[in-house]
Write a protein that binds this ligand. Structure first.
Ligand SMILES: [Zn+2]
Length: 417
């Protein structure tokens, strides 16, 4: 078989521009796909360039589509009646975090069967397929190549959506923000807009003049859905505590921004916003509208209000919390000990580690910026990619319950002579 080569830039550009740009995919150097390259779909293409399509694939056995919010911008190619290849590519050239997002929907013909080969560029298979649809979920099977460069998914007959993590998109956040307002007696506000013009929304809980502000941020990185689940449960627990007076709303207020990268989520990105920037490297520079929206809001806080804690929710391969290391203040250490110390095994199904890491100056991470700017504990709350959702939620609720008592200890520490 003739060796086919594909070019990063061509693929990324085609993904960004849509089906009209697929011609850019053909024949440009750089990354060899070897004999595993996408096969020809029909004899008419046999002598020239392959024509993968970004709008989907159709065979006699069924069809694949990328026409919904959160779908990956993947090139798709028919290998034979039963087999389709999907090229899993990032939104910009590497280096990029290896969070290879995929999401597609499919429909099989009556009695049809479809097998999908995921072929990764710039990463190895990471996310076990999640399926939602009509049919028998037990009929889904996945086989991963020994080197992780590909995975073969046999789809249950019928129709469904297959994605690297459950799809959690704008409609979910709309409901979640409404519910937080209801649960916590807070109000919803638009902090700014993304490149695409999507709102960057927040819910505020507690009194606007309460002196101690806790900032909760989420979804800077689109595929990190277990972190979003943790943040959901955490925020809901906080809202209920505020309403039930378990948290004193005259002392503590909360800014909750659960979807900081709405464009990346809608467009199926691995990491970046639509500006091609990792938002978790833009803090301090604030060159991107999404991070700037939060930075501007913070800059306008009344004199009597000051952030006391920032939590930024993400996902990685294991449950962990990145915290300040030796750079932590005495207050920060008191808070850490009171909030997380000894809790690593306290939640069923959700063991976690505490990972102290001092700032890498100049990296512009949320964690480092909040710590450097306000001298406060600023943590990255990482839920494991494949952690059980119920356990993720249970642990987050438990940790939310203990949050304000630990903050009170921290504030008292600050008053000690
Ligand atoms: Zn992340």
């Amino acid at each position: 078989m003739k060796r086919r080569v594909w070019h990063w830039r061509g693929l990324a550009a085609a993904a960004a521009l849509g089906a009209s740009a697929v011609g850019a995919l053909a024949g440009m150097g750089a990354i060899g796909m070897g004999t595993a390259a996408l096969a020809q779909s029909s004899p008419s293409h046999a002598a020239s360039t392959p024509r993968p399509t970004l709008s989907g694939c159709r065979t006699a056995q069924g069809s694949i589509h990328f026409d919904f919010e959160g779908a990956s911008r993947s090139a798709c190619h028919v290998e034979d009646d039963r087999t389709v290849s999907i090229l899993i590519t990032p939104e910009h050239q590497p280096p990029i975090n290896p969070s290879p997002w995929y999401a597609f929907r499919y429909r099989t013909a009556e009695g049809g069967r479809l097998t999908v080969n995921l072929r990764y560029i710039g990463a190895r298979h990471r996310y076990a397929p999640k399926w939602r649809g009509r049919g028998d979920p037990a009929a889904l099977s996945v086989a991963v190549a020994a080197d992780g460069s590909a995975a073969t998914i046999t789809l249950p007959p019928g129709e469904g959506v297959v994605s690297g993590q459950p799809l959690v998109t704008a409609a979910h956040y709309d409901r979640a923000l409404k519910q937080l307002v209801t649960d916590g007696g807070g109000h919803r506000q638009v902090l700014g807009h993304s490149h695409d013009g999507r709102p960057v929304e927040a819910v505020r809980l507690g009194n606007a003049d309460a002196p101690h502000l806790v900032v909760l941020l989420g979804r800077q990185h689109p595929p990190e859905v277990t972190g979003a689940m943790a943040m959901d449960a955490f925020s809901t627990a906080i809202a209920r505590l505020v309403r039930s007076r378990g948290i004193d709303r005259t002392r503590f207020q909360f800014l909750i921004v659960p979807l900081l990268n709405p464009d990346g989520v809608a467009r199926g990105h691995w990491r970046a916003n639509l500006g091609g920037v990792d938002l978790n490297r833009d803090w301090g520079q604030f060159k991107q509208p999404e991070t700037r929206a939060v930075g501007d809001w913070l800059a306008k806080l009344p004199a009597g209000v000051r952030p006391v804690l920032m939590l930024d929710f993400h996902s990685t391969r294991r449950n962990t919390v990145y915290v300040q290391g030796a750079e932590a203040s005495a207050q920060g250490k008191a808070f850490l000990a009171a909030w997380l110390g000894g809790k690593e095994e306290a939640f069923a199904g959700y063991p976690f580690t505490i990972d102290p890491r001092d700032a890498n100056p100049g990296t512009g991470t949320t964690k480092n910026w909040f710590n450097a700017t306000y001298g406060i504990p600023a943590y990255t709350y990482e839920a494991g990619d494949e952690s059980d959702p119920a356990a993720v939620r249970g642990a987050a609720e438990g940790l939310a319950q203990g949050l304000v008592p630990a903050l009170e200890l921290m504030l008292a520490e600050g008053l000690r002579p």
